[in-house]
Design a protein around this ligand. Structure first.
Ligand code: ARG
Ligand code: ZN
Length: 857
C-alpha cells in the first residue's frame, strides 16, 4: 500500500516513558519492554493502540500488570484495546540477531551485536509506535555474557552496572526524549580511543571511538574530526553538545554510511578507520565529512526531529549542507564545492530526470528506505544553500537560530523550517517553497545581447515534467553572475540576480563592448544552464574567471561542448581539430598558471565523466561516448606530453603529508597517469608500476593500480597480486581491490567481475563487499553498458540473489537499470528486459518491488 503525505494524523497516544530490558545473545536475545502510554490531547480519543512489529511474535503481553487477551495481530502489527487514558504496556519478544541479514533492527556483526533503527528497524526489536513523532524517554538495561560482550553501550549515560556470575549488565538512561529510530545499543569485544572536549559553556564531554582490537591506531583522524566538528558547530551555528558522553562505534556490516543515534553514533568502518598506508585522501575526506554529518544531526535531527518520513530532507538536506560547509572550512572551499556539485550532477541530476524522480519532500512512498536518495540529501542541501545565498550569511544564521529556538524538542516539518528561515532571516519564501514540491532539474536558457552600451541578459526557465507532475510553475532561481571586460580581463563586481518568472531580462550599463558572461558562479542554483557561448569565451573564462567554480565550469563546458557533438557524430574534421586546439590551449594555460594550487589545478585538468556527458544526450550510445572520451584523453595526453611530464616530476618531489600542497601533488600524479594511459599505454604502465612500488601511501598506490588495471600488461597482474597479498585480511583495502578491477577499462572487465564474484573473499552478506564489486561495476559504462547486454543481466542477477538477503542494498542497484529510457534503442530494450525479469520474480521485497515498478513506469 502507498503511504501519502497528506494522510498524516498525530498518533492517538503519547509514550512518555520506555523501559527496555535486553538479555543479549548472538542467536537469541530476549527483549522485555514496558511502555507508559497516555492519551494524546492532540488526537481524538482512541480505544486501541497500534504497535508496529516486523517479523515478531509476542511471548507475553500485559496491560497494567495483567496478562492481556485483548490484543490482535494485524499483519505484523499488534493492536491492543485500552479502555482508559493511561496505561502501562509490557511486552516480551525474542529475536535471533545472527539470522538478521537485512542489517535492520538488532543484528550480529563479526561477533558483536549492534542496531540500526532508522527508518523502521526498531519494530524488528520490539512492538512499538515506530514513527518519528512519538518521543519517549528511554531507560535500558542490557545484560549478557561478559566474555562475549565485555562492552555494553546504549544511548545517553550509564547509570548503573553490575555482575551476575558469567553475565554482567549495564543500565543506561537517555534524558532527551527521542523517537524510536534514534535508539541504539552495542555489545561486543571492543577497544576505544578516548579523548575529551570542553563545550563553549564548560561542559566536559568524554569522547570514545570504539573499534575492534587492532584497529585503534587507525582512529586518530576520526577523533580529530569529531573534535573539530564539535568546535565548528559551536562557532558557526551556535550549537553545543548536550550530554556528558559521546560514543562512536565502527561496525563492518552496515547498510549505509553511519547513523546519528543519540549519544551513540554507529558507523560503517569505512567512515572511521584511516591511516596513510590504507586510506586515500578521498577516504580521509569521507571520514571527516561523515563524522561531521552524524555529529551535526545531534541538533538537526535529534533535538529537532521529523514529524513523519516525508519530512526526511528537514534533517538530511540541512545536515548535508552543514557537513559540506564544515568540510569547506576545514579544507579547500572551491574544491569541496566542485566535488559536491560533481556528486549532485553525477547522481541527483540523473535521478531527477528519470523514472524515480521525486521532490525533496516526497508525496508518497511504499518503502521509506527507498527515499534515502541523492534528491532528499544533496538536492535538499542545495535548496537550503540557496536560502543562505539569498539571505546572506548573517541573516541565514538568524534564520537557523529561530528554527532551533522555536522547534527544539519537537518533531517538525519542512514547512516549520522554511517559516523559521523566512521569519528569522527576513526573506519572503512564498514562491520559493515550490522547490519542496516540484521535482525535476530546472533548465535555464541564457542569451546575452549587446545594445548600445548595455549588456542585455535574457533568462528563460523551464521545469521538466516528471512522473506524476506536469505543467510546473516557475521557481525562484538565484544566480550569481559577473560580466567580464574582454580587454582588461576584469569585472566590476559579482551580482546576485533572482530569476523568478518563466522569462526575464536584466540590463547592465557601461559596456562599450560586449562582455563575457560568467553565470551560476559557485553553482548558486541546482539547475542546468544552456548558454549560447562562443568557444573563445569559454577559453577566456577557463583562463581568467576569478570564481574557481565558474572557471572549472568553463573548462568542463569546453570539453562537453566538444564531446557531445562528437559522440552524436556531428563533428566535421575541421571542427574536431578546432575544438581540440581550444581544449589543449586552455589546459596548457591551467598547467602553467602559477596562481593555482595543485588541488584546484587537478580539478581544472579533469575531464567530464561519461555519465555527465551522456546526461546531455538523448538516446545516448555509451560505446560512442566512451570512444570519443578516450580519444580526447589520448589527444590531450600526447599534445601535452612534455608539460604533463614536467608536472609529474615536480609533484613526485613533494613528500607525503596531509597538507593541501601534498594532497594536490598526489591528485596530479594519478591524473597524469590517466592521460598517459590513454596516449601511451606501455609508458604509462611503466610509470604506474614505478609509482606503485615507491608509494608510501594509499593514494599513490591505489591511483597507480587503478591505471594499471586498465592496461593489458605484465605489470597489471603482478601488482594486483601484490596488492592482494599486501593487504589480505584488511577488509576495507580488499574492497578497493575488488572495486579497482570492477571499474577498470580492461576489455575483459565482465569476465573479471564474474571471476571475482566466485572469489573466496566475496560474500553477499557484507554490503561494503557487495558494493565494492557491483556498484563499481554498475558505474563502469564500459562494463555495465556492454553492447551484449551481459552487464545488465549481471546486475539483474545480483538484485535477484541479494533481495532475500538484504533488500535495502539490493534495491539500490535498480536505478542503474532504470536509466533505460535515456539509452539508444538496442540497450534500452535490453535494460528494460532485465527490469521485467526482476518484476516477474515470485517473491520480491517491498524495497525492490517499488523501485522496479517505478522504473518500468
Ligand atoms: N540518518 C542516517 C544518515 O544520514 C542514514 C540512515 C539511513 N538508514 C537507512 N536504513 N535507510 O547519516
Ligand atoms: Zn544524515
Amino acid at each position: 500500500p502507498e503511504i501519502r503525505r497528506e494522510d498524516y494524523k498525530p498518533f492517538p497516544w503519547l509514550v512518555p516513558e520506555t523501559r527496555l530490558d535486553f538479555d543479549l545473545g548472538l542467536d537469541s536475545t530476549r527483549v522485555r519492554s514496558r511502555l507508559t502510554v497516555v492519551h494524546n490531547e492532540k488526537s481524538p480519543r482512541s480505544s486501541t493502540i497500534r504497535l508496529n512489529g516486523d517479523g515478531l511474535t509476542p511471548t507475553s503481553v500485559k496491560v497494567d500488570g495483567e496478562v492481556s487477551r485483548a490484543y490482535v495481530m494485524d499483519g505484523d502489527d499488534l493492536i491492543l484495546t485500552l479502555d482508559d487514558n493511561a496505561h502501562e504496556i509490557a511486552i516480551e519478544t525474542e529475536i535471533d540477531p545472527s539470522a538478521n541479514s537485512q542489517l535492520m533492527g538488532l543484528y550480529a556483526s563479526s561477533g558483536m551485536l549492534c542496531t540500526q533503527c532508522e527508518a523502521e528497524g526498531f519494530r524488528r526489536i520490539t512492538f512499538f509506535p515506530d514513527r518519528p513523532d512519538v518521543l519517549s524517554t528511554y531507560t535500558v538495561k542490557m545484560s549478557g555474557p561478559k566474555a562475549l560482550f565485555p562492552i555494553l553501550l546504549c544511548n545517553g549515560n550509564k547509570v548503573a552496572e553490575g555482575e551476575d556470575g558469567e553475565n554482567h549488565w549495564a543500565e543506561w538512561h537517555d534524558p532527551w526524549p527521542k523517537p524510536s529510530y534514534l535508539f541504539a545499543l552495542v555489545a561486543g569485544d571492543l577497544v576505544a580511543r578516548t579523548d575529551r572536549f570542553t563545550t563553549m559553556n564548560g561542559r566536559e564531554v568524554e569522547l570514545n571511538v570504539y573499534v575492534r582490537d587492532g584497529d585503534l591506531e587507525r582512529t586518530e583522524h576520526a577523533m580529530e574530526s569529531l573534535k573539530r566538528s564539535m568546535k565548528w558547530d559551536e562557532e558557526v551555528f551556535g550549537r553545543e553538545y548536550d550530554l556528558d558522553l559521546f560514543n562512536i562505534v565502527a561496525v563492518s556490516d552496515f547498510n549505509m554510511g553511519a547513523m546519528e543515534n543519540k549519544g551513540l553514533n554507529v558507523f560503517n568502518t569505512k567512515y572511521v578507520l584511516a591511516d596513510p598506508e590504507t586510506a586515500t585522501d578521498g577516504d580521509y575526506d569521507g571520514v571527516e565529512g561523515v563524522i561531521g554529518h552524524e555529529y551535526f544531526h545531534n541538533w538537526s535531527g535529534n533535538r529537532i526531529t521529523c514529524r513523519d518520513w516525508f519530512q526526511l530532507s528537514l534533517k538530511e538536506g540541512f545536515t548535508v549542507l552543514r557537513d559540506q560547509l564544515f568540510s569547506q572550512d576545514m579544507g579547500s572551499e572551491p574544491v569541496k564545492r566542485i566535488e559536491d556539485v560533481r556528486v549532485l550532477r553525477g547522481v541527483q541530476f540523473p535521478e531527477d530526470s528519470g523514472p524515480l524522480a521525486h521532490p525533496i519532500r516526497p508525496d508518497s512512498y511504499r518503502e521509506i528506505s527507498n527515499f534515502y536518495t541523492s534528491t532528499v540529501y544533496n538536492k535538499g542541501a542545495e535548496v537550503i544553500r540557496m536560502m543562505k545565498t539569498m539571505a546572506g550569511d548573517e541573516a541565514f544564521r538568524k534564520g537557523t537560530d529561530t528554527y532551533f529556538d522555536r522547534h527544539d524538542g519537537e518533531a517538525a516539518t519542512c514547512e516549520d523550517f522554511v517559516k523559521s528561515i523566512e521569519d528569522g532571516a527576513g526573506l519572503d519564501l512564498t514562491q520559493f517553497r515550490l522547490w519542496y514540491s516540484q521535482a525535476g532539474t530546472p533548465k535555464v536558457t541564457v542569451e546575452l545581447a549587446h545594445e548600445g552600451d548595455e549588456a542585455v541578459l535574457t533568462l528563460t526557465q523551464t521545469v521538466p515534467d516528471t512522473p506524476g507532475q506536469t505543467d510546473k510553475k516557475p521557481m525562484p532561481i538565484p544566480l550569481k553572475i559577473a560580466l567580464f571586460d574582454r580587454t582588461s580581463g576584469k569585472h566590476s563586481g559579482e551580482e546576485l540576480i533572482v530569476l523568478d518568472k518563466a522569462s526575464d531580462t536584466f540590463r547592465f550599463g557601461g559596456f562599450a563592448e560586449k562582455p563575457v558572461l560568467s553565470i551560476n558562479r559557485s553553482f548558486s542554483a541546482p539547475v542546468t544552464i544552456q548558454r549560447d557561448i562562443a568557444g573563445e569565451d569559454l577559453v577566456f573564462l577557463a583562463a581568467k574567471d576569478d570564481d574557481p567554480f565558474a572557471r572549472y565550469e568553463a573548462m568542463q563546458d569546453l570539453m562537453v561542448g566538444h564531446l557531445v557533438p562528437a559522440a552524436k557524430g556531428e563533428l566535421s574534421d575541421e571542427t574536431r581539430e578546432a575544438g581540440r586546439k581550444d581544449i589543449v590551449g586552455a589546459l596548457k594555460a591551467v598547467i602553467e598558471d602559477e596562481s593555482l594550487d595543485d588541488l584546484m589545478r587537478g580539478e581544472l585538468l579533469s575531464m567530464p565523466s561519461q555519465t555527465y556527458i551522456s546526461e546531455q544526450i538523448e538516446a545516448a550510445d555509451p560505446g560512442r561516448i566512451f570512444e570519443e572520451r578516450e580519444a580526447l584523453k589520448a589527444h590531450i595526453g600526447s599534445a601535452l606530453k612534455d608539460e604533463l611530464h614536467r608536472l609529474y616530476e615536480r609533484a613526485e618531489k613533494v613528500p607525503y603529508s596531509m597538507s593541501a600542497e601534498a594532497k594536490g601533488a598526489r591528485k596530479l600524479k594519478t591524473l597524469i597517469l590517466v592521460y598517459a594511459a590513454a596516449s601511451d599505454p606501455q609508458k604509462a604502465a611503466e610509470l604506474a608500476a614505478h609509482q606503485y612500488d615507491h608509494a608510501d601511501n594509499m593514494t599513490d598506490r591505489q591511483g597507480a593500480l587503478m591505471v594499471l588495471t586498465g592496461i593489458d600488461s605484465a605489470e597489471r597482474t603482478g601488482k594486483l597480486i601484490d596488492f592482494y597479498n599486501r593487504y589480505e585480511g584488511n577488509a576495507l583495502v580488499i574492497d578497493k581491490w575488488f572495486s579497482l578491477q570492477a571499474m577498470s577499462l580492461h576489455p575483459q572487465v565482465i569476465e573479471h567481475v564474474k571471476a571475482l564474484a566466485d572469489h573466496e573473499d566475496f560474500t553477499m552478506k557484507n554490503p561494503n563487499r557487495v558494493r565494492s564489486l557491483y556498484m563499481a561495476f554498475a558505474a563502469n559504462p564500459h562494463g555495465f553498458h556492454a553492447a551484449s547486454g551481459e552487464g545488465y543481466r549481471m546486475i539483474a542477477d545480483l538484485i535477484l540473489e541479494l533481495d532475500p538477503i538484504n533488500a535495502q542494498t539490493a534495491a539500490r542497484f535498480v536505478p542503474a537499470l532504470g536509466r533505460w529510457r535515456k539509452m539508444e534503442p538496442a540497450r534500452s530494450a535490453l535494460m528494460r528486459e532485465q527490469l521485467e525479469r526482476i518484476a516477474a520474480a515470485p517473491k520480491l521485497s517491498r524495497d525492490t518491488f517499488e523501485q522496479v515498478t517505478r522504473s518500468l513506469g
